[in-house]
Ligand binder design. Structure first.
Ligand SMILES: Nc1ncnc2c1ncn2[C@@H]1O[C@H](COP(=O)(O)O)[C@@H](OP(=O)(O)O)[C@H]1O
Ligand SMILES: [Mg+2]
Length: 277
């Protein structure tokens, strides 16, 4: 059983981040039980896959976050898909994707993650991404990002700071494994000689954050809970995530009704250094 941090009010960033880490590890352990036992795949209304692992992981995270002394609105993938979306005012809100890279999980590839983020004033300021099948956790708060190992599914060890690298030429590009689009192919083609790696889930942000890649072009749909935690870690490590007009990607409900209010526009995430074009 994981112990809870002593205090975790939204203003207490260190305690909040350690709560995110503990809940992500606990959710990851539940996901791994399903990964090892095998799990039935169902289809959501939008035809995307969902499993008992998604639901159990989300229940663990939401129960933990509900113990926060001051209630902060929380938008999480499976609840939102079922129509449960809180009002997100000016005081910040949480974004949770209990199992990002569900297609990788189903196909028994280890690049799937648990994601918990805090958004303030439209920017992702705290984030934890945990890849339980890789035993790797990433965390970030303004000014510092970390990678830690989790070998036993319970305990975090070997915590080390991570930073983005200055953009290499040609750049190293990470792109979606399961959701590539012609526009992504065209972006890659504009960088002759670039080494391209296909990776599922929010790990793409973390690979840039730890300096092992330079660019993540996303010319295909995502939801804000897919990206907020990884984006927070990337920004904390010195990178940025930009809309195609060069402005920072922002978070929070946008214009539409229901779940579509949390759809993201296309973006390019990048490490430190100048943009190649
Ligand atoms: N047509 C679509 N509309 C909205 N989001 C989509 C989508 N196709 C894929 N995604 C999002 O892309 C995520 C996977 O990204 P990647 O391809 O980088 O692994 C999915 O997360 P889930 O696996 O949590 O459902 C899903 O939210
Ligand atoms: Mg997702």
């Amino acid at each position: 059983m994981l112990t809870m941090p002593k205090a975790a009010a939204p203003g207490d960033e260190t305690a909040l981040l350690s709560l995110f880490e503990e809940l992500a590890v606990e959710a990851g352990a539940a996901i791994m039980r399903h990964y090892e036992a095998g799990v039935a795949v169902e289809e959501k209304a939008d035809a995307s896959p969902v499993t008992e692992a998604d639901r159990e992981a989300e229940a663990i995270i939401l129960a933990g976050l509900a113990r926060l002394p001051v209630g902060t609105p929380c938008v999480s993938e499976e609840a939102a898909s079922g129509g449960v979306i809180p009002v997100c005012g000016d005081g910040g809100f949480l974004l949770v994707d209990p199992l990002d890279g569900t297609r990788e999980f189903i196909n028994r590839r280890p690049d799937f993650t648990v994601n918990i983020a805090l958004v303030r004033a439209g920017a992702p300021v705290l984030g934890v991404v945990y890849a339980p099948a890789q035993g790797l956790l990433y965390a970030g708060h303004p000014g510092a990002a970390f990678e830690a190992r989790c070998r036993d599914g319970k305990t975090l060890t070997d915590r080390r700071p991570i930073r983005t690298e200055t953009m290499r030429q040609p750049p190293r590009i990470v792109a979606s494994r399961s959701h590539l689009t012609p526009e992504t192919g065209a972006f890659i083609a504009r960088h002759p000689g670039a080494e391209t790696v296909s990776v599922g889930s929010s790990l793409k942000f973390c690979i840039i954050a730890r300096g092992d890649a330079d660019l993540y072009p996303r010319f295909g749909p995502t939801m804000q809970w897919d990206t907020a935690a990884g984006d927070a870690i990337l920004r904390a490590a010195g990178g940025r995530t930009l809309n195609l007009d060069g402005s920072p990607l922002t978070y929070g409900p946008k214009g539409a009704d229901g779940i579509e209010a949390f759809a993201s526009s296309f973006f390019v995430a990048e490490g430190a250094g100048s943009r190649p074009d």
